[in-house]
Design a protein around this ligand. Structure first.
Ligand code: ARG
Length: 488
């Protein structure tokens, strides 16, 4: 089917979009839901590495988009605050801790302790048992160990919060694994009573005998020593989210290696008759330039905080070269927007299942599908009004004379379709790709259509198109969690 849009239809659309400053044509969902979005969720006192960056950035963007579409979204940071790492941490805290270092900068110190004990246990088997005993005593409620654990969580949260502030990411709750401790025993009893779980060699398991995919992969929910597992906690978490938070849907933004875990708990949830829509939103790995898992030069996992700091430093260097006369504070602000935005955009412009290569030069480049390129397009739309000396006011009649105007307008009108599409299969990269097209189309318009040199309705129409382009870019980048800057 061939069809053409009349100029009149486009004109009318531009008019509508200009008066819809907040939503830019994007309709609210006609079926608003309560969604719990589970993302980031690092493990306390263990390094928060670049793998967590994917979860944090994708999860935050999906949360923003769903909210924009009118859903009630509860962002919950399900931190790993009750894992086996605490055996090592407790022993390390008692034997290796440098109090001064802990006071000055807790996260690196906790990490150092964790790494050191981890290395020691590799050589010394008896130390492994000692650490295990520390963990058991914590789990039994030993006062000293509980106090250390609490302090450890508190310090770690402060450190994490700094990273989230820098990323402009926030959560409604931080209900970590430990929050569900008391619910685990009754939950397992309930599963047994309902014939969903059964004993197997002293442990309690759920079998999926009639499920082809999971037939030979039972889920362990209580070990023979009475200990509970990751799956048990997640089942208790589903209960809480449905009954206390009223979730219609739960979104888990977690790396692809956890596929089996989520297949299992989703299947158990279904066996229990729960109808909430559970979505595993998986993602691949971040690779170094050598196409292997990203590591530091010394071979350690790359720290998220370091990545963000380096991104901003690199952006600052570029600004120093390109725009040395800007005042220092402004340079710093712009470097923050560009640096953080570049890391986020590098992530969000890829399909989440792709293993992408982390490359500073590409992500900070002004050319190509990058944050600096999009931010630059936005800055151009703003520069016009700075030159004009007044903000945009709707004025006169719209007259579309050039193809480049119509092409751009058509692109801008598609924003309304793209945004809801992202949630169909959780692809923020569809929005990123769209914004990139807006920027390139704007670039063509910019070359073909002078604005301030024109007069009357032609000029007003072009100003209106610039304004609308700026609004779409700002709103769209905002939905990706990327801030804009007026100059760069
Ligand atoms: N803490 C886990 C990890 O770092 C992720 C938790 C994801 N959320 C969940 N409900 N299981 O691998």
């Amino acid at each position: 089917v061939n069809f053409r849009l009349t100029t009149a239809a486009l004109t009318e659309r531009l008019d509508d979009l200009l008066s819809d400053e907040e939503r830019l044509g994007v309709a609210l969902s006609d079926q608003p839901k309560t969604i719990v979005s589970d993302f980031s969720a690092p493990n306390v006192a263990k390094p928060m590495h670049v793998g967590h960056i994917r979860s944090t950035i994708i999860g935050d963007s999906l949360t923003r988009i769903a909210r924009f579409l009118g859903h009630r979204v509860i962002a919950d940071n399900h931190i790993g605050d009750w894992g086996t790492q605490f055996g090592m941490i407790l022993w390390g805290w008692k034997n290796l801790l440098d109090e001064v270092a802990l006071e000055t900068d807790p996260i690196p110190e906790l990490l150092r302790v964790y790494r050191e004990v981890n290395a020691l246990t590799k050589e010394d088997e008896s130390l492994r048992d000692v650490c295990k005993a520390e963990l058991v005593s914590l789990q039994k409620g030993d006062a000293e160990n509980l106090a250390i654990w609490e302090r450890c969580i508190e310090l770690s949260k402060l450190g994490l919060q700094k990273i989230y502030d820098r990323l402009n990411v926030s959560f409604d709750y931080w209900l970590g694994e430990s929050y569900y401790n008391d619910q685990l025993a009754p939950l397992v009893d309930d599963l047994i009573a309902n014939g969903i779980a059964e004993e197997s060699e002293g442990a309690i398991c759920v079998f999926f005998r009639d499920d082809e995919k999971l037939a030979d992969k039972p889920a362990l929910i209580r070990k023979s020593d009475g200990g509970f597992l990751y799956a048990t906690t997640d089942l208790a978490t589903i209960d809480y989210r449905i009954s206390a938070l009223g979730a219609d849907a739960i979104w888990y933004v977690v790396g692809a290696p956890q596929q089996l875990h989520f297949d299992q708990i989703f299947s158990i949830s279904a066996k229990r008759g729960q109808t909430a829509d559970l979505q595993f939103i998986a993602f691949g790995s971040i690779l170094g330039k050598d196409r292997k898992m990203l590591r530091t030069r010394s071979g350690e996992t790359v720290q998220l905080a370091d990545v963000l700091a380096e991104a901003v430093d690199r952006a600052k260097l570029i600004i120093e070269v390109k725009n040395p006369e800007l005042p220092e504070t402004e340079k710093n602000e712009i470097a923050e927007v560009i640096g953080i935005g570049s890391v986020k955009y590098a992530e969000l412009s890829q399909f989440r299942m792709t293993d992408y290569i982390f490359d500073w030069d590409t992500m900070l480049s002004l050319k190509g599908n990058t944050a600096p390129y999009l931010l630059n397009a936005y800055v151009r739309t703003r520069a016009i009004f700075r030159k004009l000396g007044t903000p945009f006011v709707k004025d006169g009649t719209i007259v579309l004379t050039e193809e480049a105007e119509k092409d751009l307008l058509l692109k801008l009108a598609q924003f309304a379709e793209i945004v809801p599409m992202v949630l169909v299969d959780f692809r923020p990269n569809a929005l990123a790709a769209y914004l990139y097209e807006v920027a390139t189309t704007y670039h063509k318009f910019w070359e073909a259509c002078p604005v301030l040199r024109e007069e009357g309705d032609v000029r007003n129409t072009r100003l209106a198109i610039c304004e609308l382009t700026g609004r779409v870019l700002r709103c769209g980048l905002g939905l990706l969690g990327i801030r804009t800057t007026e100059r760069m």
